[in-house]
Design a protein around this ligand. Sequence first.
Ligand code: ADP
Ligand code: MG
Length: 724
Amino acid sequence: MIRFTALQAVQNNTTNFAATEEKKSTILSKYVFTNEKMERYLGKQAYKQYQSDLQMGQPISEDLADQIAAAMRTWAMEHGASHYTHWFQPLTGLTAEKHDSFLDIFNGSGIEKFTGSALIQQEPDASSFPSGGIRNTFEARGYTAWDPTSPAFLMKSGGGFTLCIPTIFVSYTGEALDYKAPLLKAIHQLDLAATAVCKYFDNKVNRVTATLGIEQEYFLIDAALYNARPDLLISGRTLFGHLPAKGQQLDDHYFGSIPERVQAFMIDFENEALKLGIPLKTRHNEVAPSQFECAPNFEELNLAVDHNQLLMDVIDKTARRHNFRSILHEKPFANVNGSGKHCNFSMGTDTGENLLSPGKTPNKNFRFLAFFVNVIKAVYDHADLLRASIASASNDHRLGANEAPPAIISVFVGNQLYKVMQSLKNNKLEHFEDDAEGWIAINAPQIPNLTKDNTDRNRTSPFAFTGNKFEFRAVGSSQNTSAPMTVLTTAVARQLVQFKNDVDHRTAQGENLSQAIVDVLQGYITVSEPILFEGNNYSEEWAQEAAKRGLSNKKTTPTALDAYVSDKSLSLFKDLGIMGHIELHARHEIMLETYVHKVQIESRIMGELAMTHVVPAAIRHLNELIDSLSKLKNLGLQANTQAMEESVIEISNHITAIKTNVRNMVDARKGANKLDDMREKAIAYCEEVKPYFNVVRYHSDKLEILIDDSYWPLPKYRELLFLR
Ligand code: ADP
Ligand code: MG
């Protein structure tokens, strides 16, 4: 039986990985065409031109593009690369690549070429990527276009290198068909809006960059055991499995010593990630057994998103090399903590300052408070949309599962800042002068000096201020972070535009600037206060309190996604030129369809495994029981058969329940499939099909602890989670 072969294979696994001796700083960005390399391969003059074009937002000339392409090719070929590809992020949530050879045949002989036009634009066959109907309505074509803000890199696979050019992917008529295009637009709008606001406080600021640091959680399971679980293989999570006697109740895994085989994998994948320029910094065991986390240093937002996409790929590839399989699913194991992807967001100025870091001078603090309050207001105004941006079939299992933030978006600011907000609102900031919490008196009107406070962190909040950044914790571990970051960036940009309008309106009427800013911020605090919550977000009381405050609590994806196409969201994206109605409706449709497919796949594999794995094993055990039972009776030992009879009844009841519910689930699926409207179909899958999962699973899990272990075909939780 495959389960036992797999268990044998785990036993025979040994670590024979020898880590490179090279220093991390030496291998960092080895496979990245960094600015420094570009300057070296391109020459000083051309490089200067390129940088100035970038800064000014000017298109790069054909001639310069040719030179850059040639420089990239030379560098790539020195590493042995023979192909290049535009690397993009279609709405599947994955990354896509189509490799082209540098080789050109010229007069019968070969020559390596990479032109500027091939660097700048490509026309991949886009017909098989999801477009939500955009291409049908307009043009069949889609094209990819170079994103010079994310450097080209070399992807190593199958022993060969490919030069990868990060690109956006848009339809011929300009609608975004990917995650990157709207993100870049949002980042640009945030730069404009935030820079304008910075000018109130410091004239020297000319540019604001959004920054992001992404913590990635994942599970690591032995490959042989993983392969013996068709549910994991096909749907990314276990659809069956009785809770093991020992789970995470002893809290002995978190920050525990990292198992040797896992450590070897980590060293290997970290080195591969570093070579791709991903600045990984931390690694540790997570709460659940076999769960781990890594986090890089933060980077410019667009780059951080690209790097996380790459990182997921590197984790997957490296895990396979080490006879592991990585699981990025948000909830691969029932009753065991799921995985998230904390997105640490802030904004930095070209003068080197973090706008969400309380500063050392009153003026800096004033600016900090302005940005801080504006982010909170943005989250308050667009909480629904933020919730929608993290909605997926897989994240539904995690959000609100009493281990991850609930589906209710709220903001945690910490005790100190909460008091500051209250005082600012009530015009009583001077109360904080010289008090015991370390505030220092200042002489500017109304604004206290703030000290950075990292102490009272609230791990249950979906959106928490953590000293010098906001941490969006509800994001799912398998997600492309582009979607939530596009929403957040857009909402903050829109809010900062509003802020500037509101302040300018007051100063135009003669109000003094500082007073105008304070007045406007006071208004924002009053309005957005309901979003602030400092307590335990996992508690039932919070769900009730949030309902009283009018905060929404959309527990499942099909209806949470409505926020993408609400009037408020449509105008938010349209006002700033990020996405139009067609694009948003298309995205909405694609996300609903993805949801349907995910649940459909789970339902199919669940039905199949229940009938072909679970029930036959149970019947085998049942037959033996019946056999023994009749033998006992033949021997005239009627008095000793009662326990066995009970087992026969119990097991056959579970078998009957499984069969009945699988049949009903299939019927529910058929009903859902008849619906044409994608939203209705998704709701039907959610409400009519999905509920059977728990029922079928319940009976199967009961059988798992009733029948002979040697008949059970699926690796058990204790084996999946504890053997390596
Ligand atoms: P924790 O687990 O306590 O949240 P980690 O060290 O795992 O902390 O992750 C914190 C993340 O926040 C890191 O990726 C870090 O680089 C990032 N970070 C720190 N400062 C900023 C900032 N100004 N902007 C964005 N991200 C930041
Ligand atoms: Mg964190």
